[in-house]
Design a protein around this ligand. Structure first.
Ligand code: SF4
Ligand code: SF4
Length: 103
């Protein structure tokens, strides 16, 4: 079988800068509930595969790049373990940007 690599977009700073400050709510991970973290291996990763902005990195648990997360809530909706909860952004303040990072 001839397998081809698939071109994937990666989050990056665009014309409008970073996009994480568009959010009205943010995903908050509870790692103790994550199936991958509990198994100690890269399994599940449904949050990673469903994120439309590719701002989740696979892991145990996966990591969410808040600079680019737009708060759609799909990751929380798809997580079979309810390990991700959408919380109002105003309870957390704006996300921290790296030194000199463009907004
Ligand atoms: S979808 Fe939920 S259980 Fe699965 S890896 Fe992501 S956070 Fe963990
Ligand atoms: S809330 Fe949406 S954009 Fe943010 S990490 Fe989850 S799926 Fe991705």
């Amino acid at each position: 079988m001839n397998l081809r690599t698939i071109d994937m977009s990666r989050p990056s700073v665009g014309e409008a800068g970073r996009t994480g400050d568009w959010r009205s709510s943010r995903p908050v991970m509870q790692p103790e509930l994550c199936l991958a973290a509990k198994a100690g291996k890269i399994t599940c990763q449904l949050c990673w595969s469903y994120c439309p902005d590719a701002c989740i990195t696979q892991g145990m648990p996966p990591e969410i790049a808040l600079e680019y997360c737009k708060g759609c809530g799909i990751c929380a909706e798809e997580c079979p373990a309810d390990a991700i909860e959408m919380m109002p952004e105003r309870e957390h303040g704006t996300c921290d940007l790296p030194e000199g990072g463009a907004k």
